[in-house]
Design a protein around this ligand. Structure first.
Ligand SMILES: Cc1ncc(COP(=O)(O)O)c(C=O)c1O
Length: 409
């Protein structure tokens, strides 16, 4: 009998659609020097919209110093790297960038990966697989790349309640003292915007002789005197074992990396398949990331303006019935708590208010925690923010959501 593979695919997709979780991609076209305004392309029709969910938090993807060095590099180095790091794919830009990142994080050394996802997955899976009888302690809200890395390691894991030090300590205490341990967590949580108690986690890690692995993907460039992240802001570089971050967000390009002590990073370099057996980042990408990191090490103005605008937005939101998570970071999640409503609100904002903010549904967040994850840049003016809130309020009224949304769930 012929199997119907297609039936399987179609049924699975139908379920996703019925649950309001089917992902549709909004097609955008950048407009030179107009960020955060972009063109929204719907079939043959294009219209200008403002993007309110970009992870290019400081607009570095359009920064002249980044573009100039990338132009220079592409003329000199061409398009691709031409190999894996081991076979012809290590160029001077890779080496320079790794040195710059080690310096940024006050670590011995850094190692590039093709994305933050790969950096997380490769590092955790390699450590977990090779350290004999290792146990990984993972915050329940860790990013999918960390969860998959831990899973692929095949080692034991213990999931602690989000940012819950007591629970983490209990799990550490209940584990065999002789077992190697890794505590894996994020500094700024991407979907809620809350910040981990890094120093206290490090205290526990020291007490139970565990390594610490912190994902600073949503913090690098934005926090700390040189943009070295929350770890830098809190003066904890010497306390954490591995910092993982990427270039796809604040740095404005793409790629990922870890920074840590010489032997640990050399071990990952030598044993991690997702590092070894893949073509290295194109030199032009490394050049762009280098220019961006170097700029953000010296310049405070982009991050200061962005944080000011976030404060302005939060202050204005507090005066409205709009239900949002008032976190300590730049991430402003507006809670809808219903998948199809979240999508409808996002569509309404896009179609009638020229506002693009992507609905965030399960499995990125738990069911019932659906949200619009709003992020600002220094280029979102106060005037734009006022208009954004006016539009939100109109949509809230149209959908009859003038009381805090949680009461409507
Ligand atoms: C917390 C966190 N870690 C890692 C990643 C993966 O980074 P990249 O997009 O560079 O693969 C993301 C990105 O979505 C993230 O939010």
């Amino acid at each position: 009998m012929m199997r119907s593979y297609d039936d399987f695919f179609q049924t699975s997709l139908k379920t996703l659609k019925e649950e309001g979780r089917y992902r549709t991609f909004i097609q955008l076209k950048k407009i030179p020097n107009a960020f955060p305004k972009v063109l929204y392309c719907k079939g043959p029709v294009q219209k200008e919209v403002t993007i309110w969910c970009s992870n290019d938090y400081l607009g570095m993807g359009m920064h002249p110093s980044v573009l100039n060095l990338m132009h220079h590099s592409i003329d000199q180095d061409g398009a691709g790297s031409g190999g894996t790091r081991n076979i012809g794919g290590t160029h001077h830009w890779h080496v320079k960038l790794e040195k710059e990142l080690a310096d940024l994080h006050q670590k011995d050394t850094a190692l590039l990966f093709t994305s933050g996802y790969v950096a997380n997955e490769a590092t955790l899976s390699t450590l977990g697989r090779h350290l004999p009888d290792c146990i990984i302690f993972s915050d329940e809200q860790n990013h999918a790349s960390m969860i998959h890395g831990i899973r692929y390691s095949g080692t034991e894991k213990r999931v602690f309640r989000h940012n819950d030090l007591e629970h983490l300590e209990k799990l550490l205490k209940d584990s065999p003292p002789s077992a190697p341990k890794i505590v894996a967590f994020e500094s700024v949580y991407s979907m809620g915007g809350d910040i981990a108690p890094i120093e206290k986690i490090c205290d526990l890690a020291d007490k139970y002789q565990a390594l610490t692995f912190v994902d600073e993907v949503h913090a690098v460039g934005l926090y700390g005197e040189q943009g070295g992240g929350i770890v830098q802001r809190e003066g904890l570089s010497h306390r954490v074992s591995v910092i993982c971050a990427n270039f796809g967000k604040t740095i404005g390009v793409m790629g990922g990396y870890i920074a840590g002590n010489h032997h640990l990073v050399d071990f990952i370099r030598s044993f991690a398949s997702p590092f070894i057996f893949t073509t290295s980042l194109p030199p032009v990408i490394c050049a762009g990331a280098l220019a961006s990191v170097q700029h953000l090490k010296k310049s405070q103005s982009e991050r200061e303006t962005m944080h000011k605008r976030v404060d302005f937005l939060k202050k204005a939101l507090r005066k409205t019935p709009i239900d949002f998570l008032d976190s300590d970071s730049h991430i402003v999640p507006i809670m809808i708590r219903n998948a199809s409503l979240c999508k409808q609100i996002s569509d309404e904002l896009l179609e009638y208010h020229n506002i693009y903010v992507q609905p965030i549904n399960y499995p990125t967040v738990p069911k019932g925690q659906e949200r619009l994850r709003v992020t600002l840049t220094p280029f979102h003016t106060e005037k734009m923010i006022e208009l954004f809130i006016e539009s939100l309020l109109k949509v809230w009224e149209k959908f009859n959501l003038t009381l805090p949304i949680k009461n409507h769930a």
